[in-house]
Design a protein around this ligand. Sequence first.
Ligand code: HEC
Length: 235
Amino acid sequence: MAGGGAAGGTAGGTPGPNVPPVVGAAIIAPMTSGWAGQLFPLSITASDANGDRLTFTWTQVAPAGEQGGFIENGSPNAQRWYAPETLAPTTYVLRVSVTDGRSAPETREVSVMVRPPRFSEVYGAILGLPVLQGGQCVGCHGSMGSYTVGASAGAAWSRLVNVGHNHGAACRNAGVPSLVVPNDKSRSLLYLKMAGTQPAGCGDVMPRGTSAVPPSPPNQVVAIGTWIRLGAPND
Ligand code: HEC
């Protein structure tokens, strides 16, 4: 498309004058509402007539303050975003800035609505998710061992909330009395093990054996943390 002619060297693209990238009119967001800890797919189309390499910068522009995160989904123009811990329904504004490094960046924004997760959602998407669907807990905590997730959300709730753990005095004396202490994630062994911040004497990170940081996917840590901070309701 771009003709030759005037000056305008390129860093890797077609020689000739620079043509700004053509960026899609809107961010493609198939999901515009959900809960804290869900992954929101986002993508933007963009092409560059000069063949310049495009840079995509994704940010949360509102509200200011605590940030969620973007996980690249195959290529930089596609992401999965998760909210930070969100205790009341909140509108988040997400932005992508696209540039070829030569012309002014083009930006697009999308608003998504995020509410706290219900426990049934935490159970269905995280704790009780079957292994074949990507679940990471029931493989080891299905029916045997010291902790069993439970076959329903109700069973799972009653096995967690205000239930003492199996780590004895060393872990209790480190300030962690039970698996879930409503309103207090920093004393809840479930949260601490998934975030990888459990004190010595409280056993391993969960899922066990991973070297990921945090050990559980960060969006799952957000979901569990939000639910506990709201009082760990049985909803
Ligand atoms: C590879 C097997 C394995 C996987 C996967 C696994 N766990 Fe564990 N889990 C264990 C073992 C073994 C223990 C006991 C030792 C310890 O606490 O470190 C344990 C302990 C726990 C405890 C403490 C129970 C108590 O009463 O002290 C919790 C809570 C827990 N796991 C949650 C989870 C969650 C949530 C997941 C999924 C994100 C998960 N685990 C994934 C093996 C596993």
